[in-house]
Design a protein around this ligand. Structure first.
Ligand code: COI
Length: 364
C-alpha cells in the first residue's frame, strides 16, 4: 500500500560539510536529521494529516494531557548502509507491531503498520545522506506517539494524539565500541510489576528508572540491572537493553536470557539474537535466573560471558555486576568470544554482509 505523506517546504538543511563533521563522531541521540514525520489522530476521524516536514520544535498547550499524565510510547530501530551502498532498515514491521501492543496497553490508538513503515520510508529516503557509511554507525530512528488533547480530566483516555518520527546518526551507545560495561543490581527500586506497563515501551518506564540509574552511576557502574518486583531476586533486564548470559565456551557454549515475564521489554534485538544463535548452532534458552545463581555460576566459571542486547546497545559485553552484597566478575571481565561472534553476525546481517535468512531487512 502506498502511504500518502505530504512533503512540506523544507528549511535550509545542514551543509554537507556540517553533516560530515557530525557523521565523523555522531555519539548517540545528540544530532538529528533535517526532517521529521508527523501524523495526527482524532477520535472519530482516525489518522490524518501525514506530513514530512523540516525538523524543528512543536508547540503544545500547557494543558496538553501528555504533559500531565504521560500517555506516551516510543520505538527505536535503525537504518543501515549496506555494503553495496543501498540502505535497509532492520525489522521495522516488528517495531510497528510492538508499538501497536504498547498502544493497546496505554489505551492509545494503534498506528497501522503500513503508516509506520511508510513514515520510515519517507524520512529515510528524504534524509538518506545522513545514513553513515561506517559499519559501526547507523541512522537511529525514533518513532513516538503521545496524547495531544488539551484538558486535565482523567476519566478517559485522550481523544487526540500525534505520531512523530525523528532520526539521528548513531555511534556507540556506551562509551567505546565493544568495551565491557558494569551493571548495578538494583535492590532499592523496581522497574515494573506484574500487570503494570513493563512490557510496553512507554516513556514512564524510563522516567521511573533514572533514580536507579543515578544510583548505578554513583556506585561506579554504567547502568542499572533490574530484578523482579515480587521476590527481588530474579534478573529481568538492564536499564536500556535486555541481558544474555553465556554458559560454557567454544562448541559447548549456550546462551541464556531471562524469559518474557510480562514485566520486561520484549526486545527485537533479543528476539533476533535467539534466532541468530540457532542459525549459528549455539543453543539458546529462556528462563529465570536469580542473583544468587548468577553469583554462583560466575564464581564457578559456568557462566563465562554476559552481554546486553538492544537497538541502541547492539551487543554490549558486560564485564561484571555490583550489588550491596559485593561484585560479580564475569569470566575475565573482558568481551568473550561468543559475544563477539553473535555481535559480528548480527551486524553482518544488518549491513547485508551475512545472508538475511529470515527476511529481516527492509530495503528503502
Ligand atoms: C533502543 O535501544 O532503541 C532503546 O529504546 C533504548 C533507549 C532507551 C536508549
Amino acid at each position: 500500500m502506498t502511504v500518502n505523506i505530504e512533503l512540506k517546504p523544507t528549511t535550509e538543511p545542514l551543509s554537507a560539510a556540517e553533516r560530515s563533521a557530525i557523521l565523523a563522531d555522531p555519539k548517540f541521540g545528540q544530532y538529528f536529521t533535517d526532517h521529521m514525520v508527523t501524523i495526527e489522530y482524532t477520535e472519530g476521524r482516525g489518522w490524518h494529516s501525514a506530513e514530512l516536514r523540516p525538523y524543528g520544535p512543536i508547540q503544545l498547550d500547557p494543558a496538553t494531557s501528555v504533559l500531565h499524565y504521560g500517555q506516551e510510547i516510543f520505538e527505536g530501530l535503525k537504518a543501515y548502509r549496506q555494503t553495496d551502498g543501498s540502505i535497509a532498515c532492520f525489522r521495522p514491521e516488528a517495531n510497528a507491531q510492538r508499538m501497536a501492543r504498547s498502544a493497546r496497553r496505554m489505551a492509545m490508538p494503534e498506528l497501522p503498520e503500513e503508516l509506520f513503515v511508510g513514515a520510515i520510508d519517507a524520512l529515510v529516503t528524504q534524509d538518506e545522506a545522513w545514513v553513515p557509511e561506517d559499519p559501526e554507525k547507523s541512522l537511529y530512528l525514533r518513532p513516538f506517539m503521545f496524547s495531544t488533547e488539551v484538558g486535565l480530566g482523567v476519566n478517559r483516555p485522550a481523544a487526540e494524539y500525534l505520531f512523530m518520527l525523528i532520526a539521528g546518526p548513531a555511534g556507540a551507545y556506551f562509551s567505546g565500541v565493544g568495551k565491557p560495561v558494569t551493571a548495578w543490581l538494583s535492590t532499592d527500586f523496581v522497574r515494573a510489576a506484574p500487570g503494570g506497563t513493563g512490557e510496553a515501551k512507554c516513556g514512564g518506564n524510563y522516567a521511573a528508572s533514572f533514580l536507579a540509574q543515578a544510583q548505578a552511576v554513583a556506585e561506579g557502574c554504567d547502568q542499572v540491572c533490574w530484578l523482579d518486583a515480587i521476590e527481588r531476586r530474579y534478573i529481568e533486564e538492564m536499564g536500556s537493553n535486555n541481558v544474555f548470559f553465556v554458559y560454557g565456551s567454544g562448541a559447548d557454549a549456550r546462551l541464556f536470557t531471562p524469559e518474557l515475564s510480562g514485566s520486561l521489554l520484549p526486545g527485537i534485538t533479543r528476539d533476533s539474537l535467539l534466532q541468530a544463535a540457532k542459525d549459528l548452532g549455539i543453543p539458546a534458552e529462556e528462563g529465570r535466573i536469580t542473583v544468587d545463581r548468577l553469583r554462583e555460576d560466575a564464581a564457578s566459571g559456568a557462566i563465562t560471558e554476559a552481554f546486553g542486547s538492544g537497538t541502541a546497545a547492539v551487543v554490549t559485553p558486560i564485564g561484571g555486576f555490583k550489588s550491596p552484597e559485593g561484585g560479580i566478575v564475569i569470566g575475565d571481565g573482558q568481551p568473550g568470544e561468543i559475544t563477539k561472534q553473535v555481535r559480528a553476525h548480527l551486524l553482518g546481517v544488518q549491513h547485508g554482509d551475512v545472508a538475511d535468512e529470515h527476511g529481516w531487512l527492509h530495503t528503502i
